[in-house]
Design a protein around this ligand. Structure first.
Ligand SMILES: CC(C)(COP(=O)(O)OP(=O)(O)OC[C@H]1O[C@@H](n2cnc3c(N)ncnc32)[C@H](O)[C@@H]1OP(=O)(O)O)[C@@H](O)C(=O)NCCC(=O)NCCS
Length: 330
């Protein structure tokens, strides 16, 4: 009788769940090779290699909070080397999962590895009773977009990240004081209306990694105290339509110690095209009286008016990410 057993090398080939005890250095090497310096500079992939030095002893990877982010997912191993990876993240909403760090070594591409890794993710999420998988992909990355389309992911929309600094900002031509409806600060009792406007204008799944928190526009004494203790500050400016008694538009600046000022601009559909300039002009005036930091805004890439206004104000587009979703309700 001839007994055949897989050789040790063969047993190491193929797809398997991530093993935190052994895989982190290999995954980091792969992510470094595939995503390189440009994405690291943008805070992607999900962990930076300096958080988990590939040479650190295993016990240190296990203890690192960054390692926990890699713990759910799959790798593809070939001859003892990790040549494919996908990481799954849970979110605060039960049943909602994110996929990040999809990477295949250049020498092993177009062999179906990414497809199998992604199919395994779908199985995992189904087994856990999940109903939705979300991911972000650079809009121009046609290989990855093709991959996700072929696996029935649908496009939700694309968000462009724009950046500049307070000192480089250019004012928009406009007399902010004479615009109608007038721009004023969000009133304390209007936080629900502001949240509703935001949700109406922007699909919840275009917020990443978590959907907008319902109390994000809450103001008043305690939210201010909590913000102060966390080195944060936020102000929201609105245009209120007296006739319909609803918020027609809002603009917000969030500042956190040591980070860029983060802007938000939302205009109700019936007012689109008319309020963007005054609201952005107001934000720029406010920013010019604030600390001289970088400024960022993430905004839907198909909003051509705002794109033009941001360029006029001297923002530069940094990258556009397409958000895709797989619904597992069927
Ligand atoms: C995108 C990537 C993960 C694909 O990995 P892969 O193992 O080569 O993909 P697969 O062989 O499983 O291909 C599955 C499908 O994806 C699409 N695809 C993959 N590479 C493609 C390419 N270069 N051009 C067009 N379509 C491509 C095809 O639809 C393909 O099906 P097909 O081979 O039957 O035509 C890989 O190219 C990669 O690591 N790129 C750099 C990192 C990256 O962009 N990650 C995605 C971040 S969101």
């Amino acid at each position: 009788m001839i007994v055949t057993a897989p050789s040790q090398d063969q047993s190491k080939n193929g797809l398997r769940p991530i093993n935190l005890n052994t895989d982190i250095p290999g995954i980091l090497r792969l992510l470094e090779l595939v995503f390189g310096a440009s994405l690291r500079a943008e805070g992607r992939p999900i962990i930076a290699s300096n958080e988990l030095a590939a040479q650190s002893p295993a016990i240190l990877w296990r203890l690192s909070p960054a390692a926990a982010k890699l713990s759910l997912g799959f790798v593809w191993e070939a001859d003892g080397r990790i040549v494919g990876n996908v990481t799954v993240l849970t979110t605060e909403l039960p049943g909602r999962y994110l996929v990040v760090n999809v990477a295949v070594h250049p020498d092993h591409r177009r062999q179906g590895i990414a497809r199998l890794l992604m199919q395994q993710v779908e199985n995992l999420v189904r087994q856990r009773g999940g109903h939705q998988i979300l991911l972000q992909v650079v809009k121009q990355n046609s290989a990855a977009v093709e991959l996700y389309n072929s696996l029935n992911y649908t496009t939700i929309g694309s968000m462009t990240n724009w950046a500049t600094s307070v000192s480089r900002l250019r004012r928009l031509e406009l007399n902010v004081e004479s615009v109608r409806p007038p721009i004023r600060e969000l009133k304390r009792q209007e936080w629900r209306a502001a949240y509703a406007l935001d949700c109406q204008v922007l699909d919840a799944d275009l917020q990443w990694p978590e959907p907008l928190k319902s109390d994000v526009y809450k103001t008043g004494f305690w939210p201010r105290v909590v913000n102060f203790l966390n080195g944060r500050q936020a102000e929201t400016w609105v245009m209120h339509d007296e006739a319909s008694r609803q918020l027609a538009g809002l603009a917000r600046i969030e500042s956190e110690w040591g980070r860029s000022h983060q802007l938000t601009l939302r205009v109700h559909p019936t007012w689109q095209g008319r309020l963007e300039r005054p609201l952005l002009a107001k934000l720029i005036r406010r920013l010019q009286s604030m600390s001289r930091r970088n400024v960022q805004i993430d905004h839907p890439d198909n909003d051509e008016l705002v794109n033009a206004l941001l360029q006029e104000a001297n923002f530069q587009p940094r990258r556009t990410l397409t958000h895709m979703r797989l619904d597992l309700t069927r």
